[in-house]
Design a binder for this molecule. Structure first.
Ligand code: ATP
Ligand code: ZN
Length: 283
């Protein structure tokens, strides 16, 4: 049985549960207890505060956990990142009052900075030879300058609207963060195998999200161009159409290249282009 720790409520909860669901893992968790077992996979889920997850994974209370890289690096436990999950994206940044005429990092010298990330902040400032007074607080960091507790802050930012409403501006980025799957270094052989199975599923779900299935009709004279454009998983599937000189092509296209590929396909006289989401993809 593999034990996974996830956030019990908060920004990572929904996406963590959704990921397990997309991996075909059904939880027996009607009324949000501390833990829930999966019906159809050897997994037990522990619902915890995100700050506690690195310690629990390090101690082996949980074998693996889903947590923000920001928390993982701040807690500095000796555990492995095994998969970057692509959700919970944010950055850890330093922000100063809007009115401050900030031109370089040297301007932070001598200031008092409030944060819940003292370790990451200290490391960053050391690398940049800046001396500040770090004031560790446990929450509502963004109000610290407004109430005279600090001159600046170091906190998580996604859209920047919280900073804006508190009269602050982002001046330095310390870390780009996302949710990761982290694992204890000494998993049993049995749990290592379960983790591999889980990773295969996660990878299938994530790869599928990054790709689309594409069907189109094209004149045979353009097929070579289209095959070069749509290499697919091995090579595209081609079926002749009833109309002489035409074929139907089926392939897979990466989300990042999608619009560029579509434009080129039009140039290559492709017609009736249909794009379908993929649920799982195992390459
Ligand atoms: P807990 O009660 O579990 O301690 P929390 O209040 O510390 O929760 P949340 O605000 O739910 O934590 O954030 C959890 C994680 O979500 C963060 O550690 C970070 O990795 C990620 N995250 C993404 N965007 C943001 C954001 N704009 N602000 C804060 N965290 C964010
Ligand atoms: Zn927390």
């Amino acid at each position: 049985m593999l034990k996974i720790a996830i956030q019990k409520s908060g920004r990572l909860y929904e996406d963590s549960i959704k990921l397990l669901k997309e991996c075909g893992i059904e939880l027996n968790n009607g009324n949000k207890q501390l833990k829930a077992a999966a019906y159809n996979f050897p997994l037990e889920v522990y619902f915890l505060r995100d700050d506690d997850i690195p310690q629990y994974v390090y101690d082996g209370v949980a074998d693996i956990g889903i947590v923000g890289e920001n928390v993982l690096l701040e807690k500095d436990k000796n555990i492995d990142i095994v998969y970057k999950l692509g959700f919970g994206r944010c950055r850890l940044s330093i922000a100063v009052p809007k009115s401050m005429g900030y031109t370089s990092i040297a301007e932070l010298d001598g200031l008092k900075i409030a944060t819940t990330y003292p370790l990451l902040l200290e490391k960053f400032l050391k690398e940049n030879n800046v001396n500040v007074e770090i004031h560790e607080i446990s929450g509502s960091v963004e109000i610290a300058p407004g109430i005279g507790l600090a001159d600046a802050i170091c906190d998580l930012v996604s859209s920047g609207s919280t900073l804006f409403t508190n009269g602050l501006k982002e001046v330095e980025t310390i870390l780009m963060s996302q949710a990761v799957l982290a694992a204890n270094k000494d998993l049993s052989i049995e749990n290592r195998e379960i983790l591999q199975k889980l990773l295969l599923r996660i990878n299938a779900v994530k790869t599928a999200k990054n790709n689309k299935y594409i069907l189109l009709n094209a004149p045979n004279s353009q097929l070579k161009n289209i095959f070069d454009l749509l290499p697919g998983m091995k090579s595209p599937t081609v079926v002749p159409l009833a109309e002489e000189g035409w074929s139907s092509v089926q392939s897979v296209v990466n989300e990042n290249d999608f619009w560029e590929v579509i434009e080129k396909l039009k140039q290559y006289e492709a017609e009736g282009i249909i794009v379908i989401p993929i649920e799982k993809m195992i390459v």
